[in-house]
Design a protein around this ligand. Sequence first.
Ligand code: GN1
Ligand code: MG
Length: 366
Amino acid sequence: MNELNNIVSKFAIRGTVNEIKPLGEGLINDTYKVLTAEADQPDYVLQRVNHIVFPDVDMVMRNIAAVTGHIRKKLEEKGEKDIDRKVLTFIPLKEDNTKLYALVDGKYWRIMVFIPDAITKQAVNPESSRAAGKAFGNFQAMLADIPVQLGETIKDFHNMEFRLQQLREVVKADPVGRVSEPQVQEMLQQIDARAEEMCKAERMGREGTLPKRVCHCDTKVNNMMFDKNDNVLCVIDLDTVMPNFIFSDYGDFLRTGANVVAEDCPDMDKVQFNVEIFKAFTEGYLSSAASFLTRVEIENLPYAVKLFPYMQCVRFLWDYLSGDKYWKCQYPEHNFVRANNQLHLLLSIEKHENEMNDFIKKCLCR
Ligand code: GN1
Ligand code: MG
């Protein structure tokens, strides 16, 4: 822990560090809670940014500074109270107050204020989904007029054509000899059968019928903080905030929020899409986003619901076939189980397609 203390000492935090302990279950970055001795000083969150996943940490932190600054300004203009719990606050370095990260022995670190009395959830009910939908719509709405062009912190992050290309390349190279496994072959067929349909957003983007807007791009349920009364406080994990199709935020939330089990539940019979969560989240989302969304974006929300489990299936399978280099795994088949879970979620969603389309049509008529 001495190493961590040394890192923390580079940042302009208030208070005396009492303890540093691991926090959360992120699959990409390493996170710690920094407890301070004084009751009137905040605690902090120390995080190592995975620079293999995010090669341009400087861009990540410039994006984050722009986004949190813009949101803070919006909240102040609205006369919002308790702003420090509604937007993340990153702490600059002691030696340079314009710099929000430290490079120590080749690793990148940053510190933000810990939000007290807040919880993250692994699962939601219709009520909290409605609140989450509203909050993500709001997040996009607040960022619609951000005056700077944000960088693409992971190139082609949610580009379905690119993700399929990546998968095809690893299938061809087969570096760990997993491609011939029968269940992998079966999954590849399911993926192929839907490839054309799932690349629709990219085609529409090229034709100019689908805009890119500032999105969060990792709207998993657990990337949102709630207070004790189930009100959404803020959105966290801002590394992937970048211009994208709005489907990203809408679809990725439902991928986790509307799956009745966790994304790595190995019991495929239990994987199911909860339509009530879809309805509540969609109503919440449209209540704050309908004002800036186009008709085409709204009509395609059911497509977005399918796209994200599909994309995540492709990404998890890609990592499985690559030898588990991207996501942390607890056992050798973990990535395959995750991919299979996402495929089963997609199969369940496909059964609800008409119901989803009807629901969206009704929303459009309101
Ligand atoms: C990663 O960082 P975390 O655990 O919130 C991933 C997401 C995936 C998710 C799947 C930068 O999110 O895209 O949907 O795992 N983030 C990155 O659990 O690849
Ligand atoms: Mg996270």
